[in-house]
Each structure stands twice: as structure tokens, then as C-alpha cells.
Write a protein that binds this ligand. Structure first.
Ligand SMILES: Cc1ncc(C[n+]2csc(CCOP(=O)(O)OP(=O)(O)O)c2C)c(N)n1
Length: 558
């Protein structure tokens, strides 16, 4: 039977469990009609394609299911720009754009350029759908590629400036493979001999440490990670992307290691005589550019991507497997002698943790006005609910929260920008779309918030009731150090033109748009504002007036 492309596309997206698509029209217009007729999919009409991609990314990272975003041909590169963070963070996205038609290309069609090369560096699969009959097999492949192995974005360009291919008919069957509607679709089993080799190496080690990354969260292996660490008394540091693999309050948690990190974690990893990397590529951010640990330290690695194994640290043991399966099996195989006494090493960890908290108590408990960002982090550690999702921007936001915020419960989630300023606010809205029952609290600087502030209207319109806390110092003050340096020590007064803004009240702006706006000027008001925000039935912006001179601690290497 002949079917309309739009019907098949809408039904298939529904069949994969897609609940929201994020887009700027006009793209696959007819499909949006069929979505209304045939599915429950919400069509989130945004104010920009980059924000739409970030929302899809937040949706994907919060739910473990691919996020879907779309743009017509003229918005395609805006959308591609928004896939870069998902690419860096290994987040599964299906991006759909309109594009060239063989009948008219190279003739100066309105708005048209060749968009395909721009998607190449930020996708795992980048393909054109030229014939309507190809929608089913190519969409299935897009889902398959997005979620398998190390997940990531894919791009399908539909023929026609607005992807009008969807309004054509062909013999088609809208078959879906729901297995590929989530991460991970497979759980590859580890090689038993390699697991035993790893346990032997751990027995030899005096001061082993685990560095857990985003692969642990993608595999939903946090419980198995903590059980294994507990059983063998091994401290756990995480990458920024893996921060929610272990609560910060757990006795074996060292914190986030690397560049945007916690001093304690870098000290513990630098002291280790054996490092087990799990679900992390051990890239520059996680290792402070391969200074922590030093290359050459005896190491092992577990990863679902064979090319990640040994790429940055030569390995004693490399294990290709799903993290959850590998960790569960390691706990089973561990013998009494593997669980040797590590009280001396654990005492060292305790000491390092204690001196970290002592050193940073003045910031974490600061009563200063304007507010110190360290105090905001510790208030969030106290007030984020048991099942809260915390979404964090990059730059100082990533440094403050990566280092100073503590998750208290394994049910809490943490997601962070993989480098793009402005990612967190729309990503938080996408997370809220994916998990409407869970509180979502986004931490961003004011420079980060400005990027996509227009999406506040989207949040209000779609009742995406996320809470956005703006660390508002009227500047991008992470840049201060860098400009002092290039000015030869201290920048001139005019140097400030390069990183400061006018003072604004985001609570007022939020109120005007229909959100709840709360302005916080004293540290003691942060907790009550968060409590009030948690019971609001609309999106909330908490505008925290903070200290422009507060600079986040920089990473240590030993
Ligand atoms: C897309 C993008 N452009 C530029 C940067 C460089 N950058 C990192 S942090 C930062 C300023 C951050 O300002 P804000 O969000 O207000 O936080 P603050 O440093 O003031 O705490 C800039 C410009 C970036 N990370 N991403």
C-alpha cells in the first residue's frame, strides 16, 4: 500500500518513543500535521535552531533516549552548530533538515548552500534522504547509529528546502526497532580472562583509583560502580561528564578530576599507583591535559568503544564491554584477597577530602555581599531535591559546580556543557521535557544565560517548568585572568570592555515574559528562593547577584 512519507515519519518517531521534537519551522511541515493526527509528540517551536539542538541534547542526556531537532535549509548550520556539544558529550541526537533537490541544485535556489559538509565533524552518520521510499530504512539506521557504541548525533537531510519529500508517497512499511530508541541498546559482555587480569593488577596496587566518565552514566552503571568500589575499597574520581556516577557525599568519592575539577580529586589521582578508567576517553579536560595522572602510570580501561582503549594512557589491561556488565562481573569475580586491606590509602583519601573542605569552607559558607559563587554551590548541595536533575553551563559555571557542588543521592543527576557557553539553559528545558516529574535546576552565568534568553518564552508557552539559577556578576568574569595575562599582569580599566556587561535584573525580565522571577542579593535568601521555586507551577529564574571579583580555583597537578 502506498503511504505518505509524513505519515510514516510521524508514526516511526512515535514508535521509537519520541515524545518531543524541538525545531524552528518550516521543515517537514506535513509531518507535523501527521504528528498531531497520529501521535502524542509535542512539537516544541523554539526561537533558534541552536537552542532547539541544545534542548534535544538535554532531553537525550536526561532520558537516555535520542533527542530530535529540526530546521529548514536556511537554519541548517545553526542546527549543526548546536550539535557540537552533543558530539563532544557523546549524546544521541537525530537532526533533520531540509536540503537540496537534484532538479534545482546549483541554480541559486533561495536560501540554499551545501550544508552537508558542516554536519560532517559533529555527526556519526550524515546522509541525504533523496527518495521518499528511503525514509523507513534511513530513519532506522539513524536511530541505530545514534545509540550504539559511543552514542552521538546523526543528521538526515530531507530533499526539498523545507524537506517537502515528506509530502510524497511510496510503498513503505513504518517498521521500528524500539531497541534502538534508547542507550544502551546492547550490553556487550566483557572477556572473563581480562577481568581476572584486572583484578590481579588491583591486588598488586597499593593506591588504586577509579576515574569514571560519561560512559558510566550512559550505561546507567552507577550502582554497580559504587558497589565495586565499596567492595574493594577503591576511591572514585569522575570526569565532569561522569559526576553523577557517585554521590559527592560518599566516603570513597574524591570529586571531579581534571581541569574544571576539585583539588582533592586531582591530589588523589596524582597519588595513585594504579588508575582504572571506566567509560572515559581520558581526554584533556578529565586529565588536566594528561598531567593527572601522569602518562605511564599503570592503568586499565573499560570502554564500549574499542578505539578509546589505550588511546591516551598505555594500558596493562583493556576491556571492551558495557560498563554495567563489566562492573557487576568484577564484583562477582573479586575474591577475599582482592578485597585487601586498604585502610592506609583510605585514610589518606579522608585526609585529602578533609583538608579540601577546610580550605574551601570560607567560600562554601561565605556570607559576603555580593554573594560568593561557592556559597551558591553549597546551597544547591543542600537544597536540590533527592531526585533533582542539575544542568550546568561551561566556563566558571562548570568550574564552580564541578568542583564545589556535591550530589547527595544516587537518584540525583548531573549534566554539564561539554564546552559551549549558553548550552545549559535550553538543555535544562529539554531535560524538563524529558522528565517532567523531576525537578530540573540549571546553573548558568549571566553571559551563558544571555545566549538563549528568548527561550524563556518557549518555556512559558510549553510549561517547561525548569528552575534556572543565574550567577549574575554582570560579566563573563572567567575571562578576567586571561585578559590580565595578555595585558602583561593587570589589564587597563578599558580592558573591562572585553568581558563586562550592563547590570540587569533577570528576575524582572523573567516576570515580564510570564515566568516566576526571584531576585537574590543576600546569601541567606538562596535556600528560601530555591524552596519557593520548587513549588512554583511555571518556569522560574532565580537571579543571584554575585561577586564580579570571585575567581574559581584553578586545577592542581599534584
Ligand atoms: C560558544 C562559546 N564561546 C566562548 C566561550 C568562552 N567562554 C568561556 S566562559 C566565558 C564567560 C562566561 O561568563 P558567565 O557565563 O557570565 O560566567 P562567569 O565567568 O561570569 O561566572 C566565555 C566567553 C565558550 N566557552 N563557548
Amino acid at each position: 500500500m502506498k503511504r505518505l512519507g509524513a505519515e510514516v515519519l510521524a508514526e516511526m518517531l512515535g514508535g521509537y518513543g519520541v515524545t518531543h521534537v524541538f525545531m524552528v519551522p518550516a521543515v517537514v511541515r506535513r509531518t507535523f500535521v501527521e504528528m498531531e493526527r497520529r501521535t502524542q509528540i509535542k512539537r516544541i517551536h523554539c526561537h533558534g535552531e541552536k537552542a532547539a539542538a541544545y534542548m534535544a541534547d538535554g532531553y537525550a542526556r536526561a532520558s537516555g533516549r535520542p533527542g530530535v531537532c529540526m530546521a529548514q535549509v536556511i537554519g541548517a548550520l545553526n542546527l549543526a552548530a548546536g550539535l557540537r556539544d552533543a558530539w563532544l558529550a557523546r549524546s544521541p541526537i537525530i537532526a533533520v533538515t531540509g536540503g537540496r533537490d537534484a532538479k534545482t541544485k546549483f541554480r541559486g535556489v533561495y536560501q540554499e548552500v551545501d550544508d552537508m559538509p558542516a554536519f560532517e565533524p559533529v555527526t556519526k552518520y550524515n546522509a541525504t534522504v533523496d527518495d521518499v521510499a528511503r525514509i523507513p530504512d534511513m530513519l532506522r539506521h539513524a536511530f541505530r547509529v545514534a545509540v550504539t557504541g559511543s552514542p552521538g548525533p546523526v543528521h538526515l537531510q530531507f530533499r526539498g528546502n523545507e524537506g517537502q519529500l515528506d509530502a510524497e508517497e511510496a510503498e513503505m512499511d513504518p517498521l521500528v526497532e524500539p531497541q534502538f530508541g534508547q542507550v544502551p541498546p546492547f550490553r556487550p559482555e566483557p572477556d572473563e580472562a581480562q577481568l581476572n587480569n584486572l583484578l590481579l593488577e588491583l591486588e598488586k596496587a597499593q593506591r588504586p583509583v577509579i576515574v569514571a566518565g560519561g560512559g558510566v552514566r550512559a550505561s546507567r552503571a552507577a550502582a554497580e560502580l559504587v558497589a565495586f568500589a565499596d567492595a574493594l575499597h577503591i576511591p572514585v574520581a569522575t570526569s565532569l561528564n561522569g559526576k553523577d556516577s557517585i554521590p559527592g557525599t560518599h566516603a570513597l568519592s574524591a570529586g571531579v578530576v581534571g581541569t574544571y575539577s576539585r583539588e582533592a580529586a586531582n591530589r588523589v589521582v596524582a597519588r595513585a599507583d594504579f588508575v582504572l578508567f571506566i567509560g572515559t576517553s581520558a581526554g584533556g579536560m578529565t586529565t588536566h591535559f594528561w598531567a593527572v595522572p601522569k602518562i605511564g602510570v599503570p592503568a586499565a580501561q573499560i570502554d564500549i568503544d574499542p578505539e578509546a582503549l589505550g588511546r591516551n594512557y598505555p594500558l596493562k589491561v583493556g576491556i571492551l564491554a558495557d560498563a554495567k556488565r563489566a562492573l557487576a562481573r568484577l564484583s562477582t569475580l573479586a575474591r577475599a584477597h582482592t578485597r585487601k586491606d586498604r585502610s592506609q590509602w583510605i585514610a589518606e583519601l579522608d585526609g585529602i577530602r578533609k583538608s579540601y573542605y577546610e580550605k574551601y569552607t570560607p567560600q562554601l559558607e561565605s556570607n559576603a555581599v555580593p554573594i560568593h559563587p561557592g556559597r551558591i554551590c553549597s546551597e544547591l548541595s543542600k537544597h536540590v531535591p533527592e531526585d533533582g536533575i542539575v544542568v550546568v553551563d561551561t566556563g566558571h559555571a562548570g568550574m564552580w559546580m564541578g568542583g564545589m557542588y556535591d550530589l547527595r543521592s544516587p537518584k540525583q543527576s548531573y549534566m554539564r556543557s561539554a564546552g559551549h557557553l549558553g548550552w545549559a539553559f535550553p538543555a535544562g528545558l529539554g531535560a524538563k521535557a524529558a522528565c517532567p516529574e523531576r525537578p530540573v535546576i540549571t546553573f548558568t552565568g549571566d553571559a551563558g544565560f544571555w545566549y538563549h534568553i528568548g527561550e524563556l518564552e518557549t518555556a512559558v508557552r510549553w510549561k517547561l517548568n525548569a528552575i534556572t539559577l543565574v550567577n549574575n556578576n554582570s560579566s563573563g568574569n572567567q575571562s578576567k585572568r586571561g585578559f590580565d595575562r595578555v595585558y602583561g599582569g593587570q589589564q587597563t580599566e578599558r580592558g573591562k570592555e572585553l568581558w563586562t556587561y550592563t547590570k540587569q535584573n533577570f528576575a524582572k525580565i523573567a516576570e515580564d515574559i510570564g515566568a516566576l522571577g526571584l531576585r537574590v542579593e543576600k546569601p541567606a535568601e538562596i535556600g528560601p528562593a530555591l524552596q519557593r521555586a520548587l513549588t512554583a507551577d511555571r518556569p522560574v529564574v532565580i537571579d543571584v547577584v554575585s561577586d564580579i571579583d570571585a575567581l574559581a580555583p584553578v586545577a592542581v597537578s599534584e
